[in-house]
Design a protein around this ligand. Sequence first.
Ligand code: NDP
Ligand code: OXD
Length: 320
Amino acid sequence: MPEQNAVVIDLKFARSGVVEALKGAFPGREVIDMGDPENAGRDLSGVPYAVVWKPEPSLFDRARDLKVIFSGGAGVDHILSAYTLPDLPVVRFVDRSLTDRMSEWVVLQCLTHLRGVRAYARQQRERVWNELSPQPEARDVTVGVMGLGVLGEDAVRKLKVMGFDVIGWSRRKREIEGVETFDAGGIDAFLGRTDILVGLLPLTPDTRGLYNASLFARLRQGGALGGPVFINAGRGGSQVEADIVTALEAGTLVAASLDVFEQEPLSPESPLWGLENVVITPHAAAASDVSALFRHVERQIARFESGESLEHVVDRAAGY
Ligand code: NDP
Ligand code: OXD
């Protein structure tokens, strides 16, 4: 039987990153790495902690004495929706490195659309010297961020530093200095002001399919970029890709940047690949730094074992 304070790891991340990060992690504890074939048949009874990203479905039956489940990422839909979980605390990954990476991606995408990066790349391929005008400034563009949690709030602050006019929307009203915010009921007012929509929402029953034709039609038409832009790095299940394609073709949207998709990997058949005004990244906006993840889990276990409350515990009823 494993030691009483063991940690089981089932992370479907790049294997080399997990192996490297495990060196020296969890000092004084037995670590059972399910990525190691030698552990395939291990008895997991008595193990109190699991660190998981898309774990094997049988894990929660086998590790029946778990006390805390740690998500390998900020999102928890990968576990809440796919398994019948024991009634235990689920802790999400919150870390500076992940937050910084996400804000880099969001700011990059907003600037890409503001500064016509796609159009200049096309001109360069065609050896065309042509200055695009007019050249709107960030202050002429309102970025509406949906989801004002750890990631949304940081993105809002960094977009403001770049000069964008930034507004935000979340389920409950959030106060962020210098930013107009809207709660769930204020969605129409929020959308009607938004030129670039940034999705940083978790996937829950309430947010599934939210980014659809009806929502795109309520964004501010016209505006400094010629029409609305849609950017999503939350979850692909919140978007209706057929509606994105139709909106782009009809001009209801003028451009998009997508890091997440209804089905991942995105099918080679998806029409999104072929659209000039769409930026596609392969769910790479903010990868988890595995060493930082293990340090975060170590800190939370230390709190738990000394009787302090765990941080970043998921509200299982709300789904995030
Ligand atoms: P948080 O839990 O900190 O924030 C979630 C935000 O979404 C909160 O502001 C919350 O509102 C809001 N929200 C949730 N449900 C609704 C709803 N129905 N209507 C309106 N607002 C809602 O999460 P994070 O900021 O840490 O992460 C957000 C998501 O980003 C993750 O769940 C994950 O899916 C995704 N992600 C993607 C990555 C990538 O690489 N593409 C990397 C990491 C995360 P309230 O403030 O009222 O609670
Ligand atoms: C996460 C992700 O949720 O990488 O952390 O998607």
